[in-house]
Design a protein around this ligand. Sequence first.
Ligand SMILES: *[C@@H]1O[C@H](CO)[C@@H](O)[C@H](O)[C@H]1NC(C)=O
Ligand SMILES: *[C@@H]1O[C@H](CO)[C@@H](O)[C@H](O)[C@H]1NC(C)=O
Length: 339
Amino acid sequence: MKASGVLTGGLVLTLCSSTLAKGIDEFTFSCETLTIQRSDPIMFPGKTAGHVHIVAGGTAFQQTMDIDTATKANETTCGVVIDKSNYWIPQLYHRAKNGAFELVENDGNVVYYLNRACNYTEGATSCDGSDGAIAPPAGLRVVAGDTNRRTYDDADFAQRATTHMCIGEDGSSSETNNMPNKPCAKLRSQVFLPSCWDGQNIDSKDHRSHMAYPASGDYNSGVCPKSHPVAILSIFLEFFFNTHPFPDHDNWVYSNGDATGYGLHGDYINGWEDQVALGNAMKTCTGPKLLNDPKCSLTKHQKRPLTPVKQTPEIAASEEEIGQNGRVLQLPGHNLAKS
Ligand SMILES: *[C@@H]1O[C@H](CO)[C@@H](O)[C@H](O)[C@H]1NC(C)=O
Ligand SMILES: *[C@@H]1O[C@H](CO)[C@@H](O)[C@H](O)[C@H]1NC(C)=O
């Protein structure tokens, strides 16, 4: 932000309010898994998807989702009741010695919303002094990562944005973009969604080009590019898998046949019931109690605790065998497990 901006009323107000009632720059909540099924209403609308996804959030999740289907869900698996969004990534499998595949059990999911990116400003290379990423627009659909990727380019923010946290039996943790090459008590599959929006489209033909990663900074913070000038709250997804029973990490493979880990991807449909509440979260969910603060716009009308809740989808998944009753001979969709 230019120095002259210091004298504008808006910024003075920001400085005051940040001294008096400090805003937060992130909030987070947990979500139970809603369903594991071969569906992807963004990439394969109305059809069976190419591979199995693990899905959290609103109970309206189904193969055909209109612009407001998510928002109208009756319930959510997430701790914040007004969040009927859906979040999903490919399911993790373990390839047994006989070549069959078994589901790696999910061990919880966490969603973060972060105030990290800022609007495009000519010449700006950092967000110093400016804040105010807006809520993701109603109905926004986002795809991050690429199911077909099997190689890695560290210079590409989009590729840096999908990561794996290997949590060891001793509690230590290490992060890689590839699938960990050592045993992990838990594997945390992580996707940081792009934070910059074109300001106009809530989806696009390739489901990607309406969104972008920052032009400066890194995949998880910085100034938005001119092509996608509007900074929205960044969304970061963590899906935990219990890999403790499977120390043979070479046999971990995602449902899309990817054992490299570079084909990890994450999808989002905005289903927040109250956009204004979402936009006010960083200013109101403050103090030591965060989401339990009585002023918190996200939870002030919430009756139940922030504990995530088990739910089933309103529209049941097809009966396809995806490993829920024991090992399957092939990855559903016949995705070859190539590494
Ligand atoms: C960024 O741009 C959006 C869309 O024009 C606007 O609503 C928002 O207030 C801007 N943010 C800041 C901090 O100026
Ligand atoms: C969801 O809510 C609608 C409207 O209240 C109701 O008709 C329907 O039975 C509910 N579905 C489930 C699965 O609870």
